[in-house]
Structure formats: C-alpha cells, structure tokens
Ligand binder design. Structure first.
Ligand code: NOJ
Ligand code: CA
Length: 554
C-alpha cells in the first residue's frame, strides 16, 4: 500500500457538535452516518473523530473511563461498527482519537488505585509522597493549578498534566504499556484506518521530580519543561510502534506541540513512531510559549509566512506533515489569522483553504471550516463550557488583568469557538438538532450554513470541493514534488510545487491591498477566488485573492 496516508484529505469531526440524530441536543454516531454522503461529495478521504469512548466528559471525552466502550450520548459499539462499514463503502477511513497519556479518574484502574494503597494499579499512574507536607513539585497543570492532587487521608499525591480528572498513566510501567498496546490493536483489528494520537509528547516525565522556576502569580512553574518532549521518550515510541502500528497499515498523526525541529526524528523520522504530525509552530503565534492566551501577542503575516515555510522545509527533511488551520482546541481560522473583522469574508475563507491544500502535507479540515464558519462572541464566562476557557479566565485575572480583559482573551482563543454546533441550515438550531444544543449555537448560523452554500457555485463550500478535487488530481505532485517559497512582499504567501516538468503555484494575498507578482513562463489558471488579472505574466492580486496556477514544460 505504500505511504497511502500521504494522499489523504482528512476531515475532523467533533462528535458532540456535528449532527444530533435523536433530538437530545448532543451530536452522535448516527448523525455522522447521516452526513457521510455530504462528506463524500466534499471529496475528503478520511475522518478523524474526537474521542467517543465512555467518559465523564470533564474534558469532553479526553478523559476516558473505558477504552472498550462508546459513550451513551454518542450511541453504541454497533453504531460505531456501522459507521466504519458505511464509511468504508464510500472509501472513507475512520481515524479514532487515541488518548493514552492519561485516563479519566473514573477509569476502573484509577478507581482501584485510589481505593486501595496496595493496588497494583497505583503503579499504572504516578503516585508520589508529599514533601514536607506539600505537593512533590511546584509544577502547573495545563488547565491551571498544581499537577498534583492529594489522595484523601494519605500523604500521597497523584500526577495530572491536564485536569485533575485526567490522571497521567505511568509509562515507566511495562505492564501498563502492554495493556494499552492490546487496546490499540483491538481497535485496529476492528478496521479503523488509524489514530490521531493525543498529547503523546507528554508520556515521558522528568524522573528527577524537582521544582521549576516560578513563572506566574499562582506561585507555580509550567510543567511543559518537565513533562513534554523529554529525553528518553523515543524508547517508548519505538516499543509503541513495534507492538501496535507496525502490525497494521495504518495512518497515525501525532499531536505534539513544541517539538524542536532537531527532535522530529523520534516522531516522524524513518524509524519514528508516527506517519505524520501536527506542527504547531505556525499556528500558535497568538499564544505565549507556555500557551497562555494573554497578553495578546504581536505577530504579522510575515511571521506567519516564515513559520509556515520553515515548517514545510524542516518537517519535510525528516518525514511527513499534517497541515491545518483549525481544530477543536483553536478558534476559527478566519478570526485567528485575520486581525481586521471586516476582512473575515468568504473570499478570505477560500484563500485560507487554498493556502493549506497544496502544501507538501496531508491537509486536515475541521468541521465548518469548509463553509467559512466564524467565532462566537460571548458576554459572560458562564456561557463557556470549555475547561481551559475557565482556567485561562482565572489565571489572566490572577496576573492582574481586569475581568473584561480576561473575557476578551477568552473570547479570542476559547476552544468553544470551534466547538459550537455545525450549521447545516438556517432553522432555529441550524439543522444540527431539533432541540436546544448542549453548547450555544453560532450567532451567524442563518448566514453561514451548508444549505445556503451547497447549491451556490460561488460559495466557500463549492470552492473547497474544487480545491480538494484539484489536490487529488495533482496528488503525485503534492506528495512527491519539491516545495519552494516564492519571494514576494511581506503580506503575500506564495509557494511553488514542482515535480519533473510540472510546476504548481499557489499565491495568496493576505491583506486588503493590491499586490503584483511576476512569474516566469506561461501558466494555466487552475482556480481563483476573484477575477484573474494577468499582463504578460505579471499578476495583480486583489486584497485576499488566492490564485492557483500550473505549467507543464514540454
Ligand atoms: C489535546 C486535545 O486536543 C485537547 O482537546 C485535550 O484537552 C488535551 N489534549 C488533553 O487530552
Ligand atoms: Ca444525540
């Protein structure tokens, strides 16, 4: 089969928010099945679905209490098998989310570990004695507060890099690791196409367990330095791959924030663990290195371009990359990448799609991105569901920001921006559900929805269909061709892809003023979101115009 996964176009589904088939306000598996024809028509070839396993939903499914069961809200194992089979019939692969850095505190292993100090499951997690009556280290968890939670009635703490309901698994324990491998193989044998692998760069912890320098008003020290991308992780990766992924011809994509480029080998090198990875270096310019949502970061399109191109060059030296603008942890890309709200138009949404689609990478499209969905402004912190929105709101205030400023940061970066229900039509609950959904609807659902766009040949959705079709038509060039940045002015992001005698150019004018670009040779226009102005191979791009061109030298 070779590296079939390079040729995919992946669509990400947030199951809670995609389509509700039974009128309880929560998206579900039958809802996904009902939209498979829509997805087939869009042209995508794989679907990554965020966790659907049994979960108390402290972090919307990233807290798993049973890896072998489906959350009731979403349906049954039979529904899931039906989904895999129905997708397969349409040549669409299903990627499950693999969350193996941590489980829920309601997982049977953890419940036993907490209830019984002599339980063997204590060693499945990370339990440590207190130091002088306080937590073992001063590390801050990703969702705020200490990474340590005290065990009631004992001078013992357990470790959680994320929420306290997400205890970290102890990867130093081979017995635990093998239970995880069995589970992975069990899923792969079910016929899924692979996994998106959650927070996998957190599985190795610094075994010295020493304090870090305090870096916040909460008196704590960010845990990333001790608990992310640590030396020795490659040993875990080798075994993981050998025991599981190697036995199946699957697609694996690692979520791995903050991996320095000289350490990519363990992830995606020839002997690395995964088929590809998400590189966040170009998508996290608007947050601090510790991923705080404040203060607002100063960055320009030039910075974005440099980071994106560096990523293309560096990642492709070592392996294969997964390109994305959106996911369930980020705001909508129109808002994230375009500072002026007036410029967040359907035209710009088309440009963002084009920019992504011809990179040397497997593109990932997040539900709603293909219709140009936008963020939702909330007026009070009570309107947020997302656990990290709440913690960032608190921390911003602890750092001296006013409640109004804190709310502004959260509105800008909240994960609820992309988690609001998918807009299928202009009915009151946007065709997502017949009842009030679990999370606030997008306020633009009457204007931006699938029904409105599906028969409009000029819509963002129709443009995405053309983009995906073009990408797949030129897939050999996309996969095997060289990547070259074109020299342009700061606000133009333009690159060339070349294989043998064919060159494809994707030029994107990312501001609201005209730009001219000179090209050598005669190109054929493949696609644009505006009228193409070409005088003797000098192209004039309007504000937010994208232009995709191709030439074949005889
Ligand atoms: C990354 C996931 O994408 C995010 O949604 C989750 O909160 C954390 N990992 C913890 O599992
Ligand atoms: Ca439902």
């Amino acid at each position: 089969m070779g590296e079939w996964w390079k040729k995919q176009v992946v669509y990400q589904i947030y199951p809670r928010s995609f389509c509700d088939s039974n009128g309880d306000g929560i998206g579900d598996i039958q809802g996904i099945i009902s939209k498979l024809d829509y997805l087939k028509d869009l042209g995508i070839t794989c679907i990554w679905i965020c966790p659907m396993y049994k979960s108390p939903m402290a972090d919307n499914g990233y807290d798993i209490s049973d890896y072998y069961a489906i959350q009731d809200d979403y349906g049954t194992m039979q529904d899931l098998e039906e989904l895999i089979a129905e997708a397969k019939q349409r040549n669409i692969g299903i990627l499950m989310d693999l969350v193996i850095n941590h489980t829920s505190d309601e997982h049977a292993w953890f419940k036993d570990a907490i209830a019984n100090p002599n339980s063997k499951y204590r060693n499945y997690y990370i339990f440590k004695k207190g130091v002088d009556g306080h937590a073992p280290t001063n590390w801050r968890s990703v969702f705020g507060g200490s990474v340590w939670e005290k065990v009631p009635g004992e001078d013992m703490y357990y470790y959680h890099a994320f929420a306290k309901k997400q205890p970290d698994l102890n990867w130093e324990n081979p017995e635990m690791r093998h239970e995880i491998y069995n589970m992975i193989n069990w899923w792969l044998e079910k016929g899924i196409a692979g996994f998106r692998v959650d927070a996998i760069n957190f599985i190795k912890k610094d075994q010295r367990w020493c304090d870090g320098e305090v870096d916040g008003a909460d008196g704590l020290s960010n845990c990333f330095q001790f608990s992310r991308n640590r030396e020795g992780i490659e040993e875990f990766f080798k075994e993981l791959r050998h025991e599981t992924f190697d036995k199946h011809d699957c697609l694996t994509v690692a979520e791995a924030v903050g991996v320095p480029y000289d350490q990519l080998g363990a992830f995606i090198g020839k002997d690395g663990c995964f088929s590809m990875m998400f590189d966040f270096n170009y998508s996290n310019l608007d947050v601090t290195p510790n991923e705080e949502w404040y203060p607002e970061q100063d960055w320009t399109i030039k910075d974005y371009k440099e980071h994106l191109f560096a990523s293309q060059i560096e990642v492709n030296k070592i392996g294969w990359s997964a390109a994305f603008h959106e996911n369930h942890d980020m705001p909508r890309s129109l808002a994230r990448l375009i500072k002026n709200p007036a410029e967040r138009t359907p035209k710009a949404a088309k440009l963002l799609g084009a920019l992504l689609m011809f990179l040397k990478a497997t593109p990932y499209i997040y539900e709603g991105e293909e219709i140009g969905m936008v963020n939702n402004e909330r007026t009070s912190i009570d309107q947020f569901d997302d656990i990290s929105s709440k913690s960032q709101y608190e921390r911003a205030q602890l750092e001296g920001y006013s409640p109004e400023e804190a709310l502004r940061f959260v509105n800008r970066r909240s994960r609820d921006n992309t988690r609001s229900p998918m807009c299928w039509d202009d009915s009151v609950y946007a065709g997502f559900s017949s009842v009030k959904p679990w999370l606030m609807m997008n306020e633009k659902s009457k204007e931006i929805n699938v029904e409105k766009e599906i028969h409009d040949s000029n819509s963002v959705l129709s443009f995405y269909k053309q983009l995906i079709a073009l990408r797949q038509k030129n897939v050999d060039l996309i996969v095997d061709g060289t990547f070259k940045a074109l020299e342009t002015s700061d606000s133009v992001v333009a690159y060339a892809r070349t294989l043998d005698n064919e060159t494809l150019i994707c030029m994107n004018n990312m501001h609201n003023a005209e730009e001219t670009i000179d090209l050598d040779g005669d190109y054929e226009v493949l696609l644009s979101n505006d009228t193409v102005v070409n005088n003797d191979n000098q192209y004039t791009l309007s504000g937010w115009q994208t232009l995709v061109l191709k030439k074949s030298e005889k």
